[in-house]
Design a protein around this ligand. Sequence first.
Ligand code: FES
Length: 65
Amino acid sequence: MYVCVCQAVTDKQISATIAQGATTLQALRNELGVGTCCGKCARDVRSQLRQECGGRSGCACAGRN
Ligand code: FES
């Protein structure tokens, strides 16, 4: 499913990038371009990051799950 329509980025691409070590929205932005156009996807991307990072050390969501 597309999460970022502007950049045509899917939830699977975001999951793969998180699995490869992305721990912040900025990292996902740099890697995939999410949130760099209209910004409407940022909340959903952040939510997915929180669910999938597993509280990894260095994750921006640490302590908020
Ligand atoms: S939907 Fe992601 S930047 Fe517009």
